[in-house]
Write a protein that binds this ligand. Structure first.
Ligand code: ADP
Ligand code: ZN
Ligand code: ZN
Length: 801
């Protein structure tokens, strides 16, 4: 085997294929598919993934591989295949697919070292390496490479004697903790005890008892000693103190209470039985676990995971980023302790890499994480769970534009294991498949708590205005809030910010201040009196006069959380309010801190955006208020009604989850819209039927497939012309049954200084569609590099703007 096929790190159409390289003699038999290498490419040197190793190549003059970056493959065969599947279905470049599967640390600049996994394993090293590691724990990769010790090093890594460690350069590097351990044999230590002063005796006895290295801090705390006796023992040669690497555990400051599982309800037991049957049979099956909020879905997940772990297999639990709250993590850590790795965007690059390494080294059997955790490199998967499966954050909005649900099902097929999709408001696509019997439908129709579903009151804000109430709070909501304050109960107020923000408008002439780059209105931020663009980050000071007419009557309109907080404290001066939005939760750990303050009842009202809509579970919350329910209804998106229904249902689910009954007040200007009416009645099925009719009538998913093609260019006519050509080309290539819409200017007509035009294809069965789209990408890819039109193709769009 002397030829390697390599996918190089240049995300363009022209380079989106394997290139062959010669494997130099010293690496034959060592280089395997899934390892990263550096190779010469034209005048450059590039990173790449080896995807195949073979004996021959069509190419005569092969250039050799320059360096090998991994000791063992970082992508296994399954993930390599998954990359091919992603390229085919999302039309991404292979390199983008492979990189999406690895932690960011491995994409950054790093130094690689090989380190002994344990001081005591030094003897197990292959002879060639013993000298190199004689007096140290680790050796630089480049030294091992230079000494030609490749093969023994790889063997040692495979045997778990050495491990490869990537130190990300811009990061603080490894985290170590001082440990103390015996430097002499147990017999020698026991013999020495009698002659030692009492404190030194304590320390030595402690270490004798433990029989392993102990963190110095722990030892000192346990014995109540200073560092003096330790130092004395070191000087006498009885103990050694050394730095031991520890993982940067982001939850290290928390202690997790092991939780006792409750006895299951009948519905829970039924659902669990179906899932575990599939686990035991080793058969792939996709289940929809459809259960109202608080019906005990998470408990079912945990029992099913129990079964998977008992079978010696591994499980992945996907949770939307915003639901990955400390409470959620705590439930899993409490039940499964050190078997769990947690992956979410709040972690630093180094922390994420540590968690990934635990998975790669098989130190954990369970991963709880956001979207990208679906790529966890487990090799013996027993189940994948996707909680809140309807959440659109499971779709990645950059290359590779994958949906975690599709990846989960692909992997589960390969591993012969079930996928469990859980939701109180399943996506229409998923419920339609369950209704047809493609997925198994498991139901938890009732809440665990006796109270049942909360009462929901819909308040017509047009009526409020007519009767002279100009406030953003209806009389009903205000009365309910006062009642909570009197009773010492808590309330959650929810303000949807999507498509609805505090824009700045001139009352004189109607001029609205917009972002100079993105063509969307700027949002007013009271801190520092500034205006910000929420798409590109552009920021400028609030203007005192209207730029168009010079009037001083320029104000901010709409409602932001800050404005609500202001009015709230005016109307209810005694209320203690905690506000949670992008401004108050920017700092690391702030999110958690605010929630624990609310949980400790340091506030009466929690006011926030989407980030408080789900996952939270506070026993004393008996009122949930939705300030403007219909803002999302007016987004230019065919899922607007579905999103509104889901959001209202989720938000209502925050009330009355425990002994105290809950109430919900929804304020809206469209009280008759079916999404609002049916959410208030908790009638998912009626909503499903109604919405399916609409989708059918207008030719949307799940009845039709959609693909969105966007053309962007600094000059509007160039973008428009490209979009027109593409639409014309597609109309010619596709059958009569396919509908090509557009081109039209995108809703966000300008983003990052580029004008955007889009066209959309609706189709049912269209064998040519992939080939046609690839041709479009090919045609424009060459251009983009030279300031031409940039084309993006989304084969399953969730962002319609
Ligand atoms: P969901 O995930 O459907 O929102 P949870 O699993 O969070 O529901 O359950 C809601 C609450 O009920 C939690 O506090 C949970 O600990 C509790 N719970 C779940 N199952 C049971 C059960 N069988 N018996 C008693 N309490 C339960
Ligand atoms: Zn004006
Ligand atoms: Zn902008």
């Amino acid at each position: 085997m002397k030829v390697a096929s390599v996918i190089v790190d240049v995300p363009t159409r022209q380079t989106d294929r394997p290139f062959d390289y010669l494997i130099p003699e010293r690496w034959r038999g060592v280089i395997q598919p899934g390892m990263r290498v550096t190779v010469p490419f034209g005048a450059r040197r590039l990173q790449g993934f080896v995807i195949d190793v073979k004996d021959h190549s069509e190419i005569k003059q092969l250039k050799p591989i320059e360096h090998v970056l991994d000791v063992v493959p970082v992508l296994n065969e399954e993930l390599l295949d998954l990359g091919r599947y992603l390229t085919e279905t999302t039309l991404c470049f292979a390199i983008s697919a492979y990189q999406a599967m690895l932690p960011a640390a491995m994409r950054a600049k790093y130094e690689k070292t090989l380190r002994l996994t344990d001081e005591r394993k030094r003897d197990a090293l292959p002879d060639e390496l013993k000298l190199l590691f004689a007096d140290r724990m680790e050796a630089a990769w480049k030294d091992i490479e230079a000494a030609g010790l490749w093969r023994p090093a790889q063997k040692a890594v495979q045997q778990g004697v050495l491990e490869a460690v990537y130190e990300v350069k811009e990061k603080a590097g490894k985290k170590t903790v001082k440990h103390a351990a015996l430097a002499v044999s147990t017999e020698q230590a026991k013999d020495a005890l009698a002659a030692l002063p009492s404190r030194q005796k304590d320390v030595l006895s402690f270490l004798l008892e433990k029989e392993e290295a102990v963190p110095v801090a722990e030892l000192q705390a346990a014995l109540g000693v200073s560092s003096a006796p330790l130092k004395a023992l070191v000087d006498k040669g009885f103990i050694v103190i050394s730095d031991v690497e520890v993982y940067r555990d982001p939850y290290r400051h928390r202690t997790f209470q092991p939780s006792e599982p409750p006895a299951l309800t009948e519905a829970q037991a039924g659902a669990l039985a179906a899932i575990t049957a599939s686990v035991r049979a080793g058969e792939h099956r996709t289940f929809l676990l459809y259960g109202v909020t608080g019906s005990g879905k998470t408990e079912v997940y945990m029992r099913a995971i129990d079964e998977v772990l008992r079978q010696g297999k591994e499980a992945i639990v996907l949770v939307p980023e915003i639901s990955l709250t400390p409470q959620m993590v705590e439930r899993f850590k409490g039940r499964f302790g050190p078997k769990v790795a947690v992956l979410h965007s709040g972690l630093s690059i180094g922390e994420k890499y540590d968690e990934w390494r635990k998975i790669h080294r098989k130190e954990v059997q369970l991963v709880v994480g956001a979207r990208s955790a679906v790529f966890a490199p487990f090799e013996n998967l027993g189940m994948i769970i996707i909680d809140e499966e309807h959440e659109t954050s499971y779709k990645q909005e950059e290359m590779p534009r994958y949906h975690a649900r599709d990846v989960a099902i692909y992997r589960a097929r390969r591993h012969g294991c079930p996928v469990v999709l859980g939701s109180a408001t399943p996506s229409l696509e998923t419920f339609a498949r369950a209704a047809k019997g493609v997925y198994g439908l498991l139901e938890l129709p009732e809440r665990i708590a006796d109270g049942g579903m909360p009462d929901v009151h819909v308040v017509d804000m047009r009526e409020e205005l007519r009767s002279g109430n100009r406030s953003m709070f209806s009389r009903r909501l205000l009365d309910e809030l006062r009642l909570r304050l009197e009773r010492g109960e808590q309330a959650v107020l929810f303000l949807n910010r999507r498509g609805y923000s505090t824009f700045v408008m001139c009352r004189g002439c109607g001029y609205v201040i917009r972002c100079p780059h993105c063509d969307i209105s700027l949002t007013y931020h009271r801190a520092g009196e500034r205006m910000k663009c929420h798409y590109c980050g552009h920021e400028e000071p609030l203007v005192p006069r209207c730029p168009a007419c010079g009037s001083e009557h320029i104000r901010f309109f709409g409602t932001g959380t800050q404005k609500v907080e202001e009015e709230l404290t005016k109307l209810l001066p005694t209320a203690r309010v905690i506000r949670m939005d992008v401004d108050t939760t920017g700092r690391k750990g702030a999110h958690e801190e605010l929630l624990s303050r609310f949980a400790a009842k340091e506030a009466d009202i929690l006011l926030g955006t989407q980030m408080i809509a789900k996952g939270l579970d506070f026993p004393d919350v008996t009122l949930v208020g939705v300030l403007a329910a219909d803002t999302m209804l007016h987004l230019p998106d065919f899922r607007a009604a579905e999103k509104t229904f889901q959001l209202l249902t989720q938000v209502s689910g925050r009330a009355g989850r425990h002994e105290l009954p809950g109430e919900v007040v929804i304020q809206t200007y469209a009280p008759d819209h079916y999404s609002i009416e049916l959410a208030a009645r908790h009638d998912y099925r009626a909503f499903y039927r109604r919405e399916m009719m609409m989708r059918k009538a207008h030719g949307y998913p799940p009845y039709y497939y959609l693909t969105l093609i966007t053309a962007a260019h600094e000059e509007a006519p160039a973008a428009a012309k490209a979009a027109e050509k593409i639409a014309a080309y597609l109309r010619k290539q596709l059958s009569e049954d396919a509908v090509v819409l557009g081109p039209v200017a995108s809703t966000i007509a300008r983003l990052h200084d580029r004008y955007r035009y889009q066209c959309m294809i609706k189709y049912k069965r269209e064998p040519n569609v992939t080939a046609a789209l690839k041709a479009v990408i090919d045609r424009y890819q060459a251009d983009a590099a030279h300031g031409g039109v940039a084309i993006t193709v989304d084969t399953n769009p969730y962002m319609m703007m």
